[in-house]
Each structure stands twice: as structure tokens, then as C-alpha cells.
Design a protein around this ligand. Structure first.
Ligand code: 3HC
Length: 283
């Protein structure tokens, strides 16, 4: 089955990036948001990021117009999913919100439609069980900034069928992403490896081993990371990092995943990184 049209639910950081890459690669998108102002903000971000690509001569001005024209905004889930082959959900990492969204999608989408969640921390098997089609449910985990990062971590839930996997793998390639298959376990592969590194970097600051700047300098210059782990934590959001560490800690019952007290304190203080203007750095 070819994916001819997709619905993306949620136009936040991940959702607008996902919309951008589908539309730019010739797959029309129904972008579903809860309020017009959120949809307008998402479209403005997509416009800005496409313009950046025009300026860098990665796409033409005409491609930018065609891309924007192939995105249609919906404020109603049932309307937005009724004629699509694939739904990609990128709503906040809150099980209650996801439950409400998936039950509305399940009721309104055509029978053949594949369901994908961009969740970074909630079990794909658990989300699949909220729908009547767990064999058609899969994780499609993109990375921020979505138009730039090459990886699509494709997460198979307990009941995901081979056919669903094959369609989503082929679709990822249409988006110029490199699909990597993983099984559904807490943190998948990406966050199971990344978050303990970020947490350890925070412990190094907490224990006075080095300043955030110096920790980041070590990892950038010594290990060729494009951003140090603390700058990256700010970029991802300290609240998101804490949530994912808690998922790993609860999921494996292993103290090696315990979040650093300094991370908890910063989240309590509302210092969440780039999005609040302050984290390990000021923005
Ligand atoms: N949209 C489109 N293009 C963008 C962009 C965006 N939002 N942001 C940056 N770019 C492009 C720029 O145009 C530039 O293109 P060029 O190479 O053709 O010139 C390129 O990306 C690099 O951008 P900049 O020169 O402005 O900045 P940097 O060189 O500092 O790179 C970065 C920025 C790409 C963010 C780089 O620092 C990086 O790769 N950082 C690591 C990001 C990372 O690890 N992301 C994963 C986070 S984990 C996650 O998302 C999973 C979740 O579950 C937690």
C-alpha cells in the first residue's frame, strides 16, 4: 500500500516538523490542531523553516509554495482523518490526551488506515491496545529538528504486523529518512542510550565536577557531538528529559536511571530550557 495522504495530529515542535517533511516530499497533509492560533503558529514555523531551505538553495521558491499548498488545517479530528492512509500522532506526552485522541481517530479513520505515534516514552503496545487495530499500530519516532535529522526510529509494538512495518519503512524512505527498526521497550534505543548520558552530564554539574559549559566542551571537542549534552537537554526540554528518565526508571525498576536531583529541581523551578528562556543556559 502506498501512503497517498497523511494526517498529522499536533502542530508543536515535532508535529510541525513532521508535517513539513511529508508535505515537502509530495505527500499531502491534513494538519490537525485544537485551536486556530496553534495551527497558525505551526504554519508560520513551517513557512520559516521552508524559507531557510530556499535561502540555502536546498529547495526552490516554487517547491516552498507547493509544499505549503499541500497542507490543509483541520480543527476536528474526525474530519481530518476520514480520507487518509496514515495518521501520525504528535500530541503532548500525556497518556490521557493520547487516549482521547486515539479513540477519536479509531472511530473516524477508514479501516485500512495505519496508525503511528511519535511518542518518545509511552509504550507503543499500550497505545495500540487503545485502538481496535493493534496490528496496524506502530511507533514512528522522529528527531528534532525533524527537517534536518536523518533518523526515523520505527518501533514495533507486540502486535504490529509485518505489513504495517513494511509500509512505514517504505514511507520513511520517501521522506528521505533512514528507518531503523526497534522493538517496544522503555526509551526504545534512542532515549535509552541518550537520556542516561544527559543525566550523567547533569550529575557531573551537580557534583561540582565541571560547569555546564565545560561538560559540553568536553563532549563536543572530545567526542565530536554537534551539541554538548546540557545544551541538548535544554533543546529537548528539561521536563521532557525528566519524563523520559522516569519512564526508564519505572519501566526497568533499575536505579541506574534515577533522575539527578538537580534536573528535578530545575523542572520544579520552571527552568525547562530553550522554550522557557532558561535552563542550563539562558536564551
Ligand atoms: N528546519 C530546517 N532546517 C534547519 C532547522 C529547522 N528547524 N534547524 C536547523 N536547520 C538546518 C540549517 O539550515 C543548517 O543547514 P545547512 O547545514 O544546509 O547549512 C543545518 O540545519 C545546521 O543548522 P545551523 O547551522 O543553524 O546550526 P548548527 O550547525 O548548530 O546545527 C543542529 C543545529 C542541527 C540542531 C545541530 O546542533 C544538531 O544536530 N544538534 C543535535 C540535535 C539532536 O541531537 N537532536 C535529537 C534530539 S532527541 C529527540 O529529538 C528525540 C526525543 O524523543 C527526545
Amino acid at each position: 500500500m502506498d501512503i497517498k495522504k497523511v494526517a498529522v495530529i499536533g502542530g508543536g515542535t515535532m508535529g510541525n516538523g513532521i508535517t513539513h517533511v511529508f508535505a515537502m516530499n509530495g505527500i499531502p497533509v491534513n494538519l490537525i490542531e485544537t485551536k486556530q492560533e496553534f495551527a497558525d503558529r505551526a504554519m508560520a514555523t513551517i513557512d520559516k523553516n521552508l524559507e531557510r531551505m530556499v535561502q540555502k538553495e536546498k529547495i526552490t521558491a516554487e517547491q516552498k509554495v507547493t509544499t505549503l499548498d499541500s497542507i490543509q488545517v483541520f480543527l476536528d479530528v474526525a474530519e481530518g482523518v476520514k480520507d487518509v492512509d496514515l495518521v501520525v500522532e504528535a500530541v503532548p506526552e500525556n497518556l490521557d490526551i493520547k487516549k482521547a485522541v486515539w479513540s477519536a481517530v479509531d472511530a473516524a479513520a477508514p479501516d485500512h488506515t495505519i496508525f503511528a505515534s511519535n511518542t518518545s516514552s509511552i509504550s507503543i503496545t499500550k497505545l495500540a491496545a487503545l485502538t481496535g487495530r493493534p496490528e496496524k499500530f506502530i511507533g514512528m519516532h522522529f528527531f528534532n529538528p525533524v527537517p534536518v535529522m536523518k533518523l526515523a526510529e520505527i518501533v514495533r509494538g507486540l502486535e504490529t504486523s509485518d505489513e504495517t512495518y513494511d509500509v512505514v519503512e517504505a514511507t520513511s524512505k520517501v521522506l528521505a529518512k533512514v528507518p531503523v527498526p526497534v522493538n517496544d521497550m522503555p526509551g526504545f534505543v534512542s532515549n535509552r542510550v541518550l537520556m542516561p548520558m544527559i543525566n550523567e552530564a547533569i550529575f557531573a554539574v551537580y557534583e561540582g565536577v565541571a560547569t555546564p559549559e565545560h561538560v559540553d566542551e568536553v563532549m563536543k571537542l572530545g567526542m565530536a557531538h554537534p551539541m554538548g549534552p546540557l545544551r541538548l537537554a535544554d533543546f529537548i526540554g528539561l521536563d521532557v528529559c525528566l519524563d523520559i528518565l522516569n519512564v526508564l526508571y519505572d519501566g526497568f525498576k533499575d536505579p541506574k536511571y534515577r533522575p539527578c536531583p538537580l534536573l528535578i529541581k530545575m523542572v520544579d523551578a520552571g527552568k525547562l530550557g530553550n522554550k522557557t528562556g532558561a535552563g542550563f543556559y539562558s536564551y
